[in-house]
Design a binder for this molecule. Structure first.
Ligand SMILES: C[S@@+](CC[C@H](N)C(=O)[O-])C[C@H]1O[C@@H](n2cnc3c(N)ncnc32)[C@H](O)[C@@H]1O
Length: 457
């Protein structure tokens, strides 16, 4: 019999503050939560801090706040970041207060009288709306706003986004500005999706629209979902929290039973776990990552899930040996879940878009060339390289693949990505010159790109 989870206050990891704390009843009024969110956003803007750090510090300084309060405040902060540019434009200034007021109207659809009711100037509430703020809420709109403002994207990256999305640019930017759904991937090494859905019935779990491995968990109006990290089925390894797009990318890797597969950028192991599960531990799966700290959580996840994966951890430092040297030229399939700017995950991590700099794009494309070259040395003749990013920028996608094709001097060729593992996907994805692009507007997923190559020489 499934035990009821104790704390279901918190959904996406970015909204979680309280996973290790005992749940406490909310004690702040909605207006007091808004005051807190304004204070935190001002801190983020003034000190250019990561949102997670600012939230954590606020929590430490306000230990009396309940876990429900913290989740609700985080939700205000992340929604504010989602609409940072458009809310500031609407309100004529970029302060925490302006962004929250504009967000309540643009993102949460609240009318001026409702917002005025929250800004009532009472104890712990924000000061009452000014005449100018009221006027802007009633009369303001985004009709004349430039695309980077209306679409809440950094201006420098807009030409790349326009190249990726063409006529669909604004629709895609709006979709990237919405909240992401809360998806889990069922570990079919433990039970079927149907069995998991029955076990999670009290959460309202429904099958994901495209992934045959996923369930979608409803989240509240304020973006809060259940605390899945403490759910009994999660603790038993029955599921992992994983966006549907990430599940689809794992399926499109098309690993086949009996193959030797390397997950070259395994990080915490999200794709490795998925590959092991969907092949029924039928492949020899080797996971590694340049950063041992990122790889470390995989061990606990493997224990929980029953996935069979050989983890090869590099030593840090200059003398780090190539832990895959013995596999050169022998691997059937290399999955590259490449380091990238994460522009496809802005729904989930809105802080990332405002922290993106031209230099970080250049750094990521350099790393992508490095991992592609490494994969090319690993794969056997006739073997396959599957290149994945959670970016929508052509520089990190088709251009990165083109770079490898050119550098390989004809030894590596681009082939069509097999979409048959995911019924219905073929009609939805955007086809690029070298691969396929998923996106919030087209597939309802994060913006994953998948391209497939083979070694012909
Ligand atoms: C998108 S993340 C991987 C996420 C992971 N596959 C998952 O599903 O949870 C990209 C990873 O690439 C790793 N990385 C960066 N450069 C690398 C390199 N040269 N070789 C191997 N891994 C690298 C980073 O440390 C990071 O963990």
């Amino acid at each position: 019999m499934r035990r009821k989870a104790e704390n279901r206050q918190c959904g996406a990891p970015t909204n979680c503050w309280t996973l290790t704390e005992a749940p406490r009843e909310p004690i702040l009024t909605p207006s007091a939560r808004i005051s807190a969110a304004i204070e935190i956003l001002d801190d983020i803007f003034a000190r250019r801090r990561p949102a997670a750090d600012a939230l954590k510090d606020w929590g430490l300084a306000h230990r009396f706040a309940g876990s429900g309060d913290r989740a609700a405040i985080a939700s205000f902060v992340y929604d504010g970041l989602r609409r940072r540019a458009s809310a500031a434009y609407l309100m004529g200034t970029e302060t925490g207060r302006a962004v929250i007021i504009g967000m309540l109207r643009l993102q949460r659809g609240l009318a001026e009288p409702t917002i005025a009711g929250l800004f009532d100037g009472g104890r712990f509430a924000p000061a009452p709306l000014t005449d100018d703020e009221r006027k802007r809420l009633i009369e303001g709109n985004l009709t004349e706003a430039p695309p980077e403002i209306a679409g809440d994207a950094p201006a420098f990256v807009l030409p790349s986004l326009a190249a990726a999305f063409g006529d669909d640019l604004m629709e895609e930017l709006r979709a990237l500005g919405r909240r992401a759904p809360l998806d889990i991937r069922i570990n079919t090494l433990k039970q079927s999706r149907e069995e998991a859905a029955a076990a999670l019935n009290d959460l309202g779990a429904e099958p994901t629209p495209l992934s045959p491995l996923g369930l979608r968990i409803p989240i509240g109006e304020d973006g809060r979902g259940p605390a899945l990290h403490v759910d009994p089925l999660f603790l038993e390894g029955g599921f992992e929290i994983q966006d549907e797009g990430s599940q689809l990318a794992s399926l499109l890797a098309s690993a086949r039973a009996g193959e030797t597969v390397v997950d070259l950028c395994a990080g915490g192991g999200g794709k490795s776990l998925a590959l092991a599960s969907l092949t029924g531990n039928g492949v020899r799966l080797i996971a590694t990552d340049a950063d041992p700290r990122r790889l470390a959580p995989i061990h606990e996840r493997l224990r929980r899930s029953g996935a069979e994966v050989e983890v090869r951890t590099p030593r840090t430092g200059k003398a780090r040996a190539d832990v895959l040297a013995d596999l050169d030229g022998t691997v059937d399939r290399v999955l590259i879940d490449a380091p990238c700017t994460g522009t496809g995950t802005w729904r989930r991590n809105p802080d990332a878009k405002w922290r993106l700099r031209p230099g970080s794009l250049a750094n990521r494309t350099g790393e992508q060339a490095e991992v592609l070259d490494r994969a090319a040395r690993l794969v056997r003749p006739g073997g396959t390289i599957v290149y994945v990013t959670c970016s929508v920028l052509p520089e990190e996608n088709d251009a990165a693949v083109d770079g490898l094709l050119t550098r390989s001097g004809g030894a590596i060729a681009s082939v069509a990505t097999d979409l048959t593992a995911v019924p219905g996907l073929s009609d939805k994805v955007r086809r690029t010159q070298r691969g396929v692009q998923m996106s919030p507007a087209l597939t309802g997923t994060d913006g994953f790109y998948v391209a497939t190559m083979t070694r012909i020489l």
